[in-house]
Write a protein that binds this ligand. Structure first.
Ligand code: PRT
Ligand code: MG
Length: 216
């Protein structure tokens, strides 16, 4: 039988996926936080885990570099989800995709006055659609991380980023002014894998579904 490859990112996605893997009888042979290996074997000879950037998970699964993957809805919205079957909301790694500005910046007034806003984000596609739908004119500035810094140094008027506790915003004297989407991590499946290896993927998908239903 053809083996199964699962694409995960280090950090919160891997940590919050661990119990779901456990429920499917899958245990990683090494901890990706300490190992430098990008392919991690598991207790099951037919299952391996690949460690990729969070934003690369949909790409690996779409092109068959992995059969299954777990990615935040923010990442999937930005990617577009093309070629991916998305059967399951796992309810993990929850956060909200928000527009945030510096304390004291009157976002509502700027929007009302039809001002052109400079928005820093790594979510270019999602932001473009969001502001276009609201009829707000924006200049988007692509960043790869630490978006919270941009308004503080005058690079942008606003940011679009995910927020969970809100502590990072607060520590940098930013306030969330608009929610774009409520986010959680989703299971994504390569469509061809589902057809070819459907019988071997199904038990894993079912175990994830049961375990996430229990957890949420
Ligand atoms: O780190 P890398 O650039 O490779 O990618 P990434 O930052 O997207 O990956 P990772 O592992 O940090 O996040 C993976 C997924 O977890 C995201 O795609 C989201 O769906 C989800 N998630 C849930 C979060 C958060 N919560 C979160 N808080 N992703 C990022 N954050 C950031 C947030 O932007 C802020 O800068 O964590 C910081 C702390 O957040 P607060 O609000 O708790 O202070
Ligand atoms: Mg990160």
């Amino acid at each position: 039988m053809q083996g199964i490859t699962i694409a995960l990112s280090k950090g919160r996605i891997f940590e919050e996926t661990r119990p779901l893997l456990e429920a499917a009888g899958i245990r990683a042979a090494e901890d990706p936080e300490t190992s430098r290996k990008l392919i991690i074997e598991t207790n099951r000879p037919d299952v391996r885990i690949i460690i990729v950037r969070a934003s690369d998970v949909p790409t690996y699964v779409q092109h068959g570099g992995a059969d299954l993957g777990i990615a935040g809805k923010d990442v999937l919205m930005e990617h577009g989800g093309e070629g991916l079957y998305q059967p399951l909301d796992l309810g993990i790694a929850r956060c909200r995709l928000m527009v945030a500005v510096r304390e004291g910046f009157d976002y509502a007034l700027a929007v009302q006055q039809g001002a052109r806003l400079r928005v820093a984000t790594k979510y270019l596609q999602v932001s473009r659609e969001h502001f276009a739908a609201k009829g707000v004119h924006v200049d988007l500035i692509k960043l790869y991380g630490s978006m919270e810094l941009a308004p503080l140094v005058g690079l942008a008027d606003a940011i679009v980023d995910v927020v969970s506790s809100g502590n990072t915003l607060k520590a940098n004297r930013l306030v969330a002014v608009e929610e774009i989407a409520s986010i959680s991590a989703r299971l994504v499946v390569n469509q061809a894998s589902l057809k070819l290896a459907g019988t071997s993927l199904r038990p894993i998908m079912d175990a994830f579904a049961r375990a996430s239903a229990v957890a949420t």
